[in-house]
Design a binder for this molecule. Structure first.
Ligand SMILES: Cc1cc2nc3c(=O)[nH]c(=O)nc-3n(C[C@H](O)[C@H](O)[C@H](O)COP(=O)(O)O)c2cc1C
Length: 391
């Protein structure tokens, strides 16, 4: 065990005061409410998958390490025990210079620590967002309104100083926008021509032009904007049903506009598709799923420990997803995007390093079904009323 003086707290350590309500059976049986609140300090750090609840002794050790003047009123064995636990979680690390503060990829060091913690802790593994209790919670609007009050919405503007704007006559672009409806009903009875896959990838993810800078760096342009022009988002594909393309996982290479095959997920493609989108089967049935994976070192090369860098990467993913929606709609296809994804499972299937390359969203596209089994939002009937009836 290293001596106390040779240790320090890990990089990016955040302490959070956590209160967790619960129910205690003994209290209930004794005729009381049984309601309890567990309170504790929790340690969050970029290298942890989940927060670590601290014991009072561990909290004292961390506090003493960050306040060198503090006297630590702990028995030797209690101190050693607390230190051992903190070392095991790498919340405390050797103080030697050049010693990496936490395990992982070198890119971990370039994160703005709060963003790293947020990203790491908000990743899911094995979550089923379609589970009845989860869906009942958010889909029962009446119960939610009763509990939370009326849903906040854009309030009608009644101010006399309003400057009214003209309604410009709709043209083809408006018609295209109106047909962009998140697709939750794919036609699994027919495959997608590979030309359509190629067209959508070309319009959304492929480089539209490249410039070699004097310093050797290669800048490329896409049809969507990108913070710093860095294009950190890579498109990883799960091809389910496309003519002439073997079902499997691929990475789209934007400069070459080509598909690089990747090893198949051990659980099989269909099971992985469902897992990726947290069991939302209405999305897993798309002909192609596109995992939008941020390559953070690309962003951090320019925006080092920058408090906007993470936001920029997420916004990039949003722009690409909207572009994919429009390209798909124009081609007569349906598209979707979801952030309810199992990032950890996707990272494992694609063999990605969590804080270096990480999925931010999953999109997809394919032929629409003429039958709406899962609800879609098309209040004006711009799409569904125009769709041919399902045989
Ligand atoms: C970031 C983001 C995440 C979304 N996640 C989900 C999701 O998990 N499941 C789902 O069915 N739809 C999801 N959607 C689709 C929205 O529900 C949809 O955009 C919204 O209801 C409006 O419908 P529209 O896209 O047809 O206009 C998501 C959309 C966005 C932009």
């Amino acid at each position: 065990m290293p001596s106390f003086a040779d240790l320090r707290c890990c990089d990016g350590l955040h302490l959070q005061w956590h209160e967790e309500p619960g129910v205690e059976l003994h209290g209930l049986l004794a005729g009381k409410t049984g309601l309890t609140v567990r309170r504790a300090w929790r340690a969050l750090a970029p290298h942890l998958e989940t927060p670590v609840t601290l014991t009072p002794d561990q909290w004292h050790v961390l506090s003493a390490l960050t306040n060198p003047g503090t006297t630590l009123a702990l028995q030797e064995d209690a101190l050693q025990h607390a230190l051992q636990e903190l070392l095991a979680h790498a919340l405390v690390v050797p103080a030697r210079p050049n010693m990496p503060a936490h395990r992982g990829h070198p890119a971990d060091q370039e994160w703005w620590p709060l963003a790293a913690v947020m990203h790491r802790m908000s990743r899911w593994q094995g979550v089923d967002s379609t589970h009845a209790s989860v869906r009942a919670e958010v889909l029962d609007m009446a119960a939610m309104t009763a509990r939370r009050g009326p849903m906040p919405t854009a309030s009608p503007a009644t101010d006399a100083t309003l400057h009214a704007l003209p309604r410009v006559p709709a043209d083809d672009f408006d018609a295209l926008l109106a047909r962009r409806v998140t697709c939750r009903n794919f036609d699994t009875s027919r495959s997608l021509p590979s030309e359509l896959l190629a067209q959508l990838l070309q319009r959304t993810f492929a480089a539209q032009g490249q410039v070699r800078m004097r310093n050797g760096a290669l800048l490329f342009k896409r049809n969507a904007p990108s913070g710093g022009g860095l294009h950190p988002i890579d498109a990883y594909l799960l091809v389910r049903d496309v003519d002439g393309i073997r079902p499997g996982l691929y990475r789209h290479a934007p400069l070459e506009h080509a598909l690089q095959p990747l090893p198949a997920p051990p659980e099989g493609l269909e099971a992985f598709a469902r897992r990726a989108v947290s069991q939302q089967h209405w999305f897993a049935e798309a002909h192609v799923l596109v995992m939008l994976v941020a390559n953070f070192p690309r962003t951090f090369w320019k925006y080092r420990r920058h408090n906007k860098a993470y936001r920029v990467a997420i916004l990039d993913a949003g722009h690409l997803s909207q572009l994919l929606y429009l390209a798909a709609t124009q081609a007569g296809l349906g598209a979707f995007v979801t952030a309810a994804i199992n990032e950890v499972d996707i990272e494992q299937a694609l063999d990605l390093q969590p804080l270096a390359d990480s999925p931010l969203a999953v999109c997809g596209f394919g032929w629409r079904s003429g039958l709406m089994t899962t609800t879609e939002f098309d209040p004006a009937g711009a799409l569904w009323e125009a769709l041919p009836a399902h045989e």
